[in-house]
Design a protein around this ligand. Structure first.
Ligand SMILES: C[S@@+](CC[C@H](N)C(=O)[O-])C[C@H]1O[C@@H](n2cnc3c(N)ncnc32)[C@H](O)[C@@H]1O
Length: 202
């Protein structure tokens, strides 16, 4: 009954909070990202008919709806999400997109099953700063195998966690593979404020 009076946005937020309480290290945030951060995550990415997008950790779809609007062909999308409840919600919310309940540590294997061509863009909502070293390495290794020349990898890091050794380590590991990254201005219109980070494969 109460559910009836709670709108879609609040259901997503509540579901997010509940998962955070159960799995703080993998969910990594108490609330979904803001629409402003989502816009910044898609900023300057022009997606053509043939382009494909891989989203890692879509959560409740804060970035997914913006990806859906920017992507000419919805069949050229794959979302890999660990939490079963989020996957159910995503499938309901975006019936024309393809989601797999799975671990980004197996992204190559999962992606290959789809027979999509290598992603032009990888959008990641994964909380790299709260991952242990081995998880970071496994995911970075998968990302490296999925990036073709010209592909873009984009993620965000919270300003308050930016100097954490795990966050710095992640950036260094990515810089070693893709030379250097672009960092946006602080996105104050997200709680908590965040930077958007972009790497491009040569
Ligand atoms: C910080 S939330 C971001 C969610 C959404 N992109 C947003 O910005 O609101 C991180 C998401 O990554 C998912 N996640 C964490 N570890 C993962 C993994 N190894 N593989 C796939 N998804 C993972 C979590 O379940 C959660 O949905």
């Amino acid at each position: 009954m109460i559910n009836h009076f709670i709108n879609k946005k609040h259901r997503g937020t509540l579901s997010f909070l509940r998962e955070f309480v159960c799995n703080p290290l993998t969910v990594g945030a108490i609330a979904p990202s803001s629409p402003n951060l989502a816009k910044a995550m898609l900023h300057n990415l022009t997606l053509r008919d043939e382009d494909t997008v891989l989203e890692l950790g879509p959560g409740t779809g804060a970035f997914t709806s913006f990806i859906r609007s920017a992507l000419p062909n919805p069949q050229h999308y794959l979302g890999i999400e660990l939490e079963p409840r989020f996957v159910l919600l995503l499938k309901r919310e975006f019936p024309d997109l393809h989601f797999i309940e799975g671990n980004a540590e197996q992204a190559v294997q999962l992606y290959q099953h789809t027979e999509l061509k290598l992603p032009s863009v990888i959008i990641s909502g994964l909380p790299f700063a709260s991952f242990r070293r081995q998880t970071q390495d496994n995911i970075i290794n998968n990302v490296a195998q999925l990036m073709a020349s010209g592909s873009v990898f984009r993620t965000f890091q919270y300003v308050h966690a930016y100097a954490l050794p795990s966050a710095v380590r992640f950036r260094h590991a990515m810089d070693e593979l893709f030379f250097t990254h672009h960092r946006s201005q602080v996105m104050f219109n997200n709680i908590p404020p965040a930077y958007v980070l972009t790497w491009k494969a040569q």
